[in-house]
Ligand binder design. Sequence first.
Ligand SMILES: Nc1ncnc2c1ncn2[C@@H]1O[C@H](COP(=O)(O)OP(=O)(O)OP(=O)(O)O)[C@@H](O)[C@H]1O
Length: 304
Amino acid sequence: MSEHVTSESVSQPEREREPLSGGRPVLEAEGIVVEYGRRPALRAVDGVGLAVAAGEVVALVGESGCGKSSLARAIVGIEKRKAGVVRLNGDDVPTLGLRRRSAAMTGMQMVFQDPNSSLNPRRRVGDQIGDGVRAALARGDRGSDPADWLRRVGLDPAMVSRFPHEFSGGQKQRIAIARALAARPGMLVADEPISALDASTQTSVAALMRSLSVEAGAGMLFISHDLSVVRRIADRVLVMYQGRVVESGVTETVWQNPLHPYTRALLAAIPLPDGAGRLPVAPAETDRAAWLDDVPAALERTTV
Ligand SMILES: Nc1ncnc2c1ncn2[C@@H]1O[C@H](COP(=O)(O)OP(=O)(O)OP(=O)(O)O)[C@@H](O)[C@H]1O
């Protein structure tokens, strides 16, 4: 599935830097390092920097275990950073526990993979969307009507007093998205928000996330294994491999002309219409070193 990589084949042409495709940066992260355990520590994120502009969708892709979730959690501030800084609209984002973070950092909202664990089964969906509305009000932003949010995510506003179990998985994820956006965040971080959904609803939920976040002027970091959805909704893409961003750029540019061998392997493994094909398996140990050595050239065009 993945192409053969040798030390000769990894040298890349120098590329120009791509501008941000949106406006001003809402999120800036520099030198993020996340480690787990001790002696030896596992370095899950190894010095990643990125920026996301207001109204821009940036996708984060890479094989399982490459550090995407760790990076997302470090950005939001619910994972401890060993090093690095994160700024939201110029203000430092501290690392806090989940509960303290929700109170302090409503300017950045996260959408998780499983809406069953992110929604409270015992609270009416309108009340849960109301949490988002109250967060916006607490920051001095405009309020909004939870029922109207249901309408905006394609659900019947009359369902506002129902409980989560009365909705399908895709509908629950729409409710989680409504709650996040009702907080009027500057930045939405979505960690595999469509992978737990039926294939039939994945694309529509992803497209909805894009249209609502763009409309709200929020930036979005969108983590997904589904490269066809990524191509469709992301302005830019970051390719992560073994804790580092090995390539980034405007989505279509990366698709048409991937510079890094790992990106080429990743794109070559896009699932075929019949469902065959998967993300590439990791290369042999010798090739791993070569892939990581190749990072600077592929990042030349891309530093954000
Ligand atoms: N809480 C933790 N404690 C110890 N190791 C962890 C923890 N969370 C993640 N890891 C490890 O860190 C590495 C990166 O994991 P992470 O979940 O960030 O990857 P990922 O790219 O999001 O994977 P996936 O696509 O499968 O969700 C993996 O080796 C993982 O086993």
